[in-house]
Design a binder for this molecule. Sequence first.
Ligand SMILES: CC(C)(COP(=O)(O)OP(=O)(O)OC[C@H]1O[C@@H](n2cnc3c(N)ncnc32)[C@H](O)[C@@H]1OP(=O)(O)O)[C@@H](O)C(=O)NCCC(=O)NCCS
Length: 256
Amino acid sequence: MSERLEDVLALIGGYAIFGAEMVKEGAAPLIDKVSAEVHAALKEIRTDIDAVRARDPAAKSDIEVLLLYSGVHALLAYRVSHRLYLSKHYFSARLVSQLARFFTGVEIHPGATIGKGLVIDHGAGVVIGETAEIGDNCTLYQGVTLGGTGKDLGKRHPTLGDGVLVGAGAKVLGPFTVSDGSKVAANAVVLKEIPENSTAVGIPARVVKRDGARVASPSADLDHVHIPDPVKDEITRLEQRLAEMQKQLEELKSTK
Ligand SMILES: CC(C)(COP(=O)(O)OP(=O)(O)OC[C@H]1O[C@@H](n2cnc3c(N)ncnc32)[C@H](O)[C@@H]1OP(=O)(O)O)[C@@H](O)C(=O)NCCC(=O)NCCS
């Protein structure tokens, strides 16, 4: 049944896209081409729906997910805009992405690279930058930004490994990696890389758990003798600076 549906879609798609060429060159090769595209697209949609069903206990049926989940709609639009971007139709790609943003509240730059099984739960306010990369089976909640700091050129946005979860409102800023299986807590601001299977919380985010075990914080350290002295550190820094300046002054005097 689904085979026949896909063939019909392929035929309609073929006429819509290639029209006269189909009549001239014969339909078979073009139908094959369009059919392959339609098969690939249907497979992607299936994977998106399965991912939501597996990770959102509130999702009750496939049709509900397909019709009512804005994260799924945003991903469908991304797949179109990404293809346009790869074929260098940059304006059309941005147009599709901005229309999707208008309807879903999720802005995915067409240049971003996204793996299989991404779930964007609740959707609203999610921003994914141009050079962001997302591995397979990741989950992003509402208000997540995968953005840049404004300091980098080229690769400016983060890379998420496989199975990464980014909690509601979290910002991951910069061209570093959040490795496989890690979790970024809701509202955290991540500014540097996170090793695999870790949990990062807070602003700026710090790793509090790795491989299921708590990571000791400095305040949990029982060494009460070697306590850092910020005033002494500052005086040492000023002494070093003074010595550098004296040296430069003497060099200047000797060159006169
Ligand atoms: C971080 C998170 C994924 C839990 O991961 P975890 O590995 O199971 O971590 P734990 O729950 O054991 O928490 C570890 C520590 O981080 C703290 N923590 C957890 N979430 C935190 C957050 N968002 N901000 C600050 N600290 C947080 C915990 O209190 C705990 O601290 P403690 O060691 O002092 O007790 C989860 O708390 C979270 O933020 N999920 C996002 C879910 C979300 O956005 N839901 C929106 C649905 S609409």
